[in-house]
Design a protein around this ligand. Structure first.
Ligand code: FAD
Length: 573
């Protein structure tokens, strides 16, 4: 059992690192704490943010290293080094090409806007890429059983997978969306040969396509993946990290690595003690949308024990989340809040944010308003009968498809609250009735003029991406005036933490003096994010996780990728 590289964790960055190491002639070993492979990566949307990708040129979208570098640097607000940002911007397209070569192709989403359209260098589309659907037959049933399943919220009728293009088409109520839905259902139900073996869909999309594809590639290469094996600590000899100790089969075991260890064991969002020490308060590990018990910061602590520098520990990949009874984790509410006819209020019934804005800013606005009013945690998303009829929200399908009478009885008062009038709803949820009525009346006014004078909802390309194209003059605004009225509770959750071990442009872990710790690499949420406190566009976590995995392996093999545009370093933006 001789290994060159030990990879801790089995998310996208981890698996890609193991595959690249194998293809580079090294012997990798993957260690995974749980009994399933894929971590949060497997239940994610699978999107990657790839500036200057090959598809953009084909779609007639112009991008350049200069523009993308400037944009990320502005977003990172001085909290990520120029060398790392440049390394990311220059290597990201190599990632997309590498994924295609190993059987996990992506395509760009020409209309999916960057998250901060008002920041110089942002583009209205093209940098976010979505994985092409992956046939689980290539993974095999055994492999599929090893793959962490996706969230119920990402499945149609709890079974059928849906990709980002289809989801957008349905939410925007494009004319073709009914046909798309029928095709998805027909394809699933007519595939009897596959369905007779498993309930899980043969067609993998999003994070399932990404991690399913990577897992298939790893299995084809016979890369060993040890599940139920938990990193305990790192081993060092002569100043070099040379292995790990793990808990496996109830025993502590050492495993050595000839060339190094790559930590990719996620963040610390499932560790309540670390959350209380580092994150804004109040905080609760239950609010995260990531798998329970998985990412508890083990490898952040193991790195810190080796003298690694910690960075960005107070930041998360924030997102509003909601609880659904009997589901093992909270669901993130990424898009429904952008559709017209809803608003988010605090306990005073006051709006305090742009409901359609990027999800990290949404979470931060909740904390800021709570600090001021003491009433924004939880916040309430309030909508009327017209919204309820037309759009899905949380676990509820549109009432036109599943009316209230067919919703689970236990959801009333747990998932959603309902009142014939706004006053009645306000009484149910303990929100100030006058404030709520005034906010709804003001939103109704804004819907008529198309201008949200308070928070400019619908004022940019990102907001409008998840609007309703049939609603005018602003696809994100509609009156909130048709009873009955509904509300759901939102928490300042996250889809992972973003602080961790500080690394350089080759994903080498740096100590508190800024020196690389020999033999130790770190990617994904285990490392401090290259994006600083921001979220430049969809795919800003998986893109860097895998890009830096490639750079780490190249460095480990003595074939570091040199930075090209060093003239951009330290430039003013
Ligand atoms: P993970 O993928 O969580 O992998 C870490 C693994 O390490 C886990 O399997 C864990 O069990 C294991 N582990 C932990 N401790 C140990 C230990 N001591 N020993 C061994 N193994 C250990 N991001 C995007 O960029 N694009 C998207 O489209 C996107 N969509 C998302 C949708 C949802 C619903 C959610 C919840 C998140 C989404 N994200 C998305 C965020 C993204 O999924 C995560 O940021 C990313 O997967 C983190 O990758 P990782 O490799 O750091 O961690």
């Amino acid at each position: 059992m001789d290994y060159d590289l030990i990879v801790v964790g089995s998310g996208a960055g981890a698996l890609l690192a193991a595959i690249a190491a194998h293809d580079g002639g090294l012997r990798p070993l993957v260690l995974e704490k749980t009994n399933l492979v894929g971590g949060t990566s497997a239940l994610s949307g699978g999107g990657i943010w790839i500036p200057v990708n090959d598809d953009m040129a084909k779609a007639g979208i112009q991008d350049s290293t200069d523009t993308a570098f400037g944009y990320v640097k502005r977003c990172a607000r001085g909290l990520a080094s120029d060398r790392r940002i440049l390394a990311y911007v220059e290597t990201a397209r190599t990632l997309a090409r590498t994924l295609a070569q190993i059987g996990v192709p992506y395509r760009c989403m020409p209309h999916y806007s960057d998250y901060y359209p008002g920041t110089e260098g942002a583009l209205p589309g093209g940098r976010t890429m979505d994985p092409v659907d992956f046939n689980a037959g290539r993974l095999g049933l055994q492999g599929l059983e090893l793959l962490r399943p996706t969230n119920p919220g990402q499945l149609i009728l709890g079974r059928m997978q849906i990709n980002a293009f289809e989801a957008r088409s349905m939410l925007a109520r494009e004319r073709k969306s009914k046909w798309v839905l029928m095709w998805i259902m027909a394809r699933y139900f007519l595939d009897y040969p596959w369905r007779s073996k498993t309930r899980r869909d043969r067609r993998l999309t999003g994070g399932q396509a990404l991690v399913g594809g990577l897992l298939a590639a790893a299995r084809a290469r016979k890369i060993p993946i040890w599940t139920e094996t938990t990193l305990q600590s790192l081993q060092q000899k002569d100043g070099r990290v040379c292995g790990v100790t793990v808990l496996r089969d109830g025993q502590i075991q050492p495993i050595s690595a000839a060339k190094g260890v790559l930590l990719a064991a996620g963040g610390f969002e499932r560790n309540q003690e670390m959350r209380e020490r580092h994150l804004p308060q109040p905080t609760n590990q239950a609010w995260t949308a990531t798998p329970p018990g998985a990412n508890t910061g083990d490898a952040i602590r193991a790195g810190a024990d080796m003298g690694a520098q910690l960075h960005l520990m107070e930041h998360t990949w924030g997102a509003p989340t909601l609880a659904v009874p009997k589901e093992e984790k909270f669901r993130a509410m990424f898009v429904e809040r952008s559709l017209p006819g809803c608003m988010v209020v605090n306990g005073r019934g006051e709006r305090f944010l742009n409901e359609s804005g990027p999800y990290p800013e949404f979470q931060q606005a909740m904390f800021a308003n709570h600090a001021k009013t003491g009433s924004a945690i939880p916040a309430w998303i309030v909508f009327d009968a017209r919204f309820r009829a037309n759009y899905p929200i949380g676990p509820m399908m549109p009432a036109s498809a599943v009316p209230d009478s067919r919703l689970r009885k236990s959801w009333l008062g747990q998932v959603y609250w309902k009142g014939e009038t706004l006053q009645e709803l306000a009484a149910h949820i303990g929100v100030d009735p006058q404030g709520l009525a005034a906010s709804a009346a003001r939103m109704t006014q804004f819907a008529q003029t198309g201008k949200d004078l308070d928070f400019d909802r619908g004022g940019n390309s990102f907001d409008r991406y998840y609007g309703d194209i049939h609603v005018h003059p602003n696809p994100n605004l509609a009156p909130i005036n048709q009873g009955p009225f509904y509300a759901m509770q939102l928490w300042p959750g996250d889809i992972g933490t973003k602080g961790g071990l500080l690394t350089d442009e080759d994903a080498r872990v740096l100590d508190t003096q800024g020196q690389a710790i020999e033999g130790l690499y770190c990617v994904g949420n285990n490392a401090a994010s290259v994006m600083g406190p921001s979220y430049p566009g969809a795919g800003s976590t998986l893109g860097p996780a895998m890009t830096f995995a490639l750079r780490a392996v190249a460095h480990l093999r003595g074939q570091s990728m040199a930075l090209q545009r060093t003239d951009l370093l330290d430039s003013a933006v």
